[in-house]
Design a protein around this ligand. Sequence first.
Ligand SMILES: *Cc1c(COP(=O)(O)O)cnc(C)c1O
Length: 411
Amino acid sequence: MHAKHSAPAAPGASQYHEVMVPNYAPADFVPLKGAGARVWTAEGDELVDFGGGIAVNSLGHCHPALIEALSEQAHKLWHVSNIVTNAPALHLARTLCERTFAERVFFCNSGAEANEAALKLARRRASIKHGTGKRTILSFRNSFHGRTLFTVSVGGQPKYTEHFGPLPEGIEHLPYNDIAALDKAVTDETCAIIAEPIQGEGGVIPGNVDFLKALRAACDRVDATLIFDEVQSGVGRTGALYGYMRAGVVPDVLTTAKGLGGGFPIGAMLTKREWAEYLPAGTHGTTFGGNPLGCAVAQRVIELVSAPDFLHGVETRGQAMRQELARIGDAYGVFREVRGMGLLLGGVVSDAWAGRAGDIVKAGHAEGVWCLVAGPEVVRFAPPLNVTEQEMGDGLARLERAVQRLVSAGG
Ligand SMILES: *Cc1c(COP(=O)(O)O)cnc(C)c1O
């Protein structure tokens, strides 16, 4: 028998490599407590959180209404499985159907699972309706759809599939925002097109409205399934409840997760009745999908976020943040462009800072602001949708100090 030493009392980032699979490279601080857009760390620092748990904490940390929803449900019922249905799941599904194009909802636990369901549904529908030859999934370079083997293969970043083969077949990757390439690739064998209305991980790249319309037209032409992956762009992030609403292009299937639970893990696939019929009883499932705790929290998130005043506020705060980021970018020559929608913004680094988005994020940590990257060329901002003026002002002032410090240290 091996005696184990008990763990030291205070968690420190340095312990990570003693106990964790090293598939992440965590920052050197450990958040212990959060409120709104602020977190306090084990190291005794306070940070303004412009990352929002990677576009997850849509209402900030520990929002009182979400604490209430979670604790109310925690006193009633935690889990029942899908052998039965449950009240919070039915309520949330009805709300999502009322407030979006959807007529049917499938619940799961993450973005990857929502996309896995969407892709399986598209394949099954095409196979039953048109035969097994209609199986090609068209996706876009630099897209991100999750880390299961199917979703990572559909995603457009080859480095994420290296050494994981053999990979699922029948997937083609096209350049994003390129209508000519799209029209050339779409054939009767096309089973589905999957796209993010705004590419998040790939660098905060908005899809042109004409491009998104062309996706819809192409799918209509060959009876393929149009899947919008709104795992990052959904739940108010762009200033609309879902990004497709801004473009006015309605998909057949929409996937949502990240912001849906405001920090509680939940995902969903929204679809139309005709599509839903291709997943009859027994064809797909997941143990935790529709879990009452997750659905109760997501219910409150959707109610708060879908209020027109709230969404208008996202747009207003997004514009203010974008302007200030552009000013900082110009003043210190760090960003050549600030792009995005609502409160999903990306500062694209200038030539002088090529490949160094991560250095800017790291300098921010030292000044008390927590931002994200979206690849090596883009500093990404996804603060809580209800970030206050004070939080935003403090965070941006800290970011400016960080940039100033980097620049004056000679880059
Ligand atoms: C994060 C993300 C996913 C994957 O979601 P997980 O919850 O990590 O599985 C899928 N698609 C998009 C667009 C994302 O941003």
